[in-house]
Ligand binder design. Structure first.
Ligand code: SF4
Ligand code: SF4
Length: 399
């Protein structure tokens, strides 16, 4: 029997489950951009809540509105009352202050609820943060709060530490959602940013605990390190326990797409606790982090924000194949090259509805670059993908 662990949520008077349900990678027909498989999604969301999850994170952009819509259905029959529901303002669609009201209204309708527990500015960085000030969107947030449409105010973040500090200092935030995992302690908000926000009483919620699933699929070298540990853990459990060990972390959001993930993550949460990792565990995690840092060539988290590419390049798949190719050996390496060959290299045969283009299709239109929260120079990296996987150039020529 699983017993969910509960934690303190910054300065809020909430007991939140150690594990939050991220509704960005629900079972779907074509990944994050495609239609959600409603029945399956509802089943796993409710199963997570039945196992003690009391925090669900979604956004307008997840499954292009499909995530909020399916949550509206999943949270019927008394499930809404059991959880804190969090969604995000899609800043990219806000051109004038009135857009705020229209977007929030549509989100509440999709979610079939009168209020959300936290409303976040989605994906703040140096550029879009200016927009909040220019359009006075803080006033919009506060009005929505007064009207009872939102209970608390937060932001999700993708930029560097100085920008993070600036944003943290600019407002009396209730929470922040940051990318953090044992590999990414020195990028984005970084460990210093996590501590800084926590000291200010802001609840720090963690996204990308597995770096888009990459930490769940370790190379052989990392598996050997895990085998040396006194505690036997799965790769996912290593990554999650690293986060739950930290007192600064309120909860960890995991984007779960099937029942196995929900069950395994809930089991891990059951064993979690602050300062529970041993010295040996910490040593193992440091070794794993070094291995992943060395092996992951393109820091793509498969978030899909860059999609769709107007020419049909499947950007995240191209990067995932390259990263796997670099970390694996022997047959696994060959199989990644085969996967690359299965992507289409002929612009006339590309399926724009279900993007299947390989890196060679990229026209360097640059439309995707600004959308990437990881600041990946996508066209340049795609060129390297093709050179390595198709032309068989050596990785060391580029990285
Ligand atoms: S730069 Fe390449 S990958 Fe990016 S949108 Fe344009 S064609 Fe697609
Ligand atoms: S390239 Fe950037 S935007 Fe595209 S999936 Fe990867 S991390 Fe996300």
């Amino acid at each position: 029997m699983i017993k969910m662990k509960y934690r303190k949520m910054g300065s809020l008077d909430w007991e939140v489950s150690a594990l939050g349900f991220g509704a960005m990678r629900l079972p779907a027909i074509f990944g994050m951009a495609g239609g959600v498989k409603k029945k399956k999604a509802i089943e796993i969301i409710r199963s997570g809540i039945d196992q003690g999850i009391n925090y669900i994170d979604t956004a307008w952009l997840y499954h292009l509105g499909g995530s909020e819509k399916v949550l509206g259905e999943a949270l019927k029959d008394g499930y809404r009352e059991k959880i804190k529901l969090v969604t995000k303002l899609p800043l990219m669609f806000v051109r004038k202050p009135e857009d705020f009201d229209k977007l929030l209204k549509q989100q509440l309708e999709r979610l079939q609820t009168d209020y959300v527990d936290i409303y976040l500015f989605h994906g703040l960085n140096r550029n879009n943060f200016k927009k909040i000030e220019e359009l006075n969107l803080f006033a919009k947030m506060e009005k929505a709060q007064e009207d009872g449409l939102i209970k608390h105010i937060g932001f999700s973040f993708h930029d560097t530490l100085p920008v993070f500090r600036e944003i943290v200092d600019s407002y009396n935030w209730d929470m922040c959602l940051i990318q953090y995992n044992y590999m990414d302690t020195g990028i984005q908000a970084t460990t210093d940013g996590l501590k800084y926000a926590h000291e200010k009483g802001i609840a720090c919620v963690i996204m990308e605990p597995l770096k888009g699933g990459q930490l769940a699929n370790p190379p052989d070298e990392a598996i050997e390190v895990m085998k040396k540990a006194k505690n036997t853990r799965t790769p996912v459990d290593w990554a999650l326990q690293f986060l739950w060990n930290l007192p600064e972390v309120a909860l960890v959001i995991s984007g779960m797409g099937n029942q196995r993930m929900v069950d395994e993550n809930c089991q891990s949460a059951d064993k979690s606790g602050i300062n529970t990792l041993s010295e040996d565990d910490t040593k193992i995690i440091n070794e794993l982090a070094e291995i992943f840092r060395k092996n992951i060539l393109v820091p793509c988290t498969t978030c899909q924000y860059c999609m769709p590419c107007p020419y049909g390049v499947n950007i995240p798949d191209n990067f995932a194949i390259l990263n796997n190719f670099n970390q694996y050996h022997g047959l696994r390496k060959t199989s990644e090259r085969k996967k690359y060959k299965k992507l289409v290299g002929d612009a006339k045969r590309v399926d724009l509805e279900n993007p299947n283009g390989n890196a060679s299709i990229c026209t360097k239109c640059n439309e995707c670059i600004e959308k990437c929260p990881q600041n990946i120079q996508i066209p340049d990296e795609l060129e390297k993908v093709h050179a390595i996987l198709d032309k068989k150039k050596d990785v060391s020529e580029f990285y």
